[in-house]
Write a protein that binds this ligand. Structure first.
Ligand SMILES: C[S@@+](CC[C@H](N)C(=O)[O-])C[C@H]1O[C@@H](n2cnc3c(N)ncnc32)[C@H](O)[C@@H]1O
Length: 249
């Protein structure tokens, strides 16, 4: 990661508590993004799941509550500490970078969830290749990212939508401000990254917010119901077709 001025970008350690507290109950995460990922995941009872970029573990916990065995991985030691506080000493929670080779065996997971984390990576290729390796045939990656139509409105003049690039801004949560750096790509570049890594596209989703949130967050609900926010993907590891029977010599 690089620096903006003298401050580290994307330093979740520096605002872990504030981010986790907001994420717990806010509209965007608690009432929009997380319910959407859980709906896409469906019945995960008995499944083995890697929650990549798990943060303080709210999705990890929700998947575990639904009967899955979940491993959490995150770059931020402070986020992992909060996840441990939530999930307990026995939980498999690790500090690690999803850009690096992953410390898991081939075909050892039914699902990987990557909730709002891929847009921190310049190159999705090595990460998606690793996700594919650790997923069993038929296994699924469920990912959410900033919607490209939203990411591309951040900078004026209008940037070149078809050339992946980066943008930065200062994210303020309560009294905490942190410089953030995101990578954005077109929808086509995203789908190509998945298929180049050997995944088959199953779902591209722009879900509506949870109707239950309309009363709690009327303004957010109205905005989210009418404009893009996050984009959701479910991609699958193809199941190899039966091997051809060779002719007997
Ligand atoms: C927006 S938060 C989302 C956290 C969690 N998925 C959720 O939805 O509550 C993004 C998380 O990704 C983590 N992260 C960013 N880059 C990462 C990387 N290269 N490897 C692992 N985790 C990363 C951050 O530390 C942070 O906890």
């Amino acid at each position: 990661m690089d620096n903006v001025g003298r401050m580290l970008t994307n330093d979740y350690d520096s605002f872990a508590e504030a981010y986790a507290a907001a994420n717990e109950s806010n509209f965007a995460n608690a009432h929009y993004e997380r319910p959407a990922v859980l709906a896409l995941a469906g019945d995960v009872s008995g499944h083995n799941i890697l929650d990549a970029g798990c943060g303080a573990g709210p999705l990890t916990a929700a998947l575990r509550d639904r009967g899955a065995t979940v491993t959490g991985l995150d770059l931020s030691a402070e986020m992992i500490a909060l996840a441990r506080r939530r999930l307990g000493e026995d939980a498999d929670l690790r500090v690690g970078d999803i850009s690096d080779p992953l410390p898991f065996a081939d075909a050892s997971f039914d699902e990987v969830t990557a909730s709002l984390v891929l847009h921190y990576l310049e190159d999705w290729g090595p990460t998606l290749t690793e996700f594919r390796r650790i997923l069993r045939p038929g296994g699924r990656l469920i990912a959410s990212v900033d919607h490209p139509f939203v990411a591309y409105t951040f900078r004026q003049p209008w940037p070149d939508y078809f050339t992946p690039d980066t943008y930065t801004f200062t994210w303020t949560i309560g009294e905490h401000s942190a410089p953030m750096k995101f990578w954005r790509k077109s929808l086509g570049a995203m789908t190509e990254a998945f298929t180049d890594a050997g995944f088959r596209l199953s779902v591209i989703s722009e879900p509506q917010p949870d109707p239950a949130s309309r009363e709690l967050f009327p303004d957010d609900f109205e905005r989210q119901a009418t404009t893009p926010g996050f984009l959701f993907f479910v991609v699958e590891v193809p199941i190899p077709s039966a091997l051809p029977v060779s002719a007997t010599p």
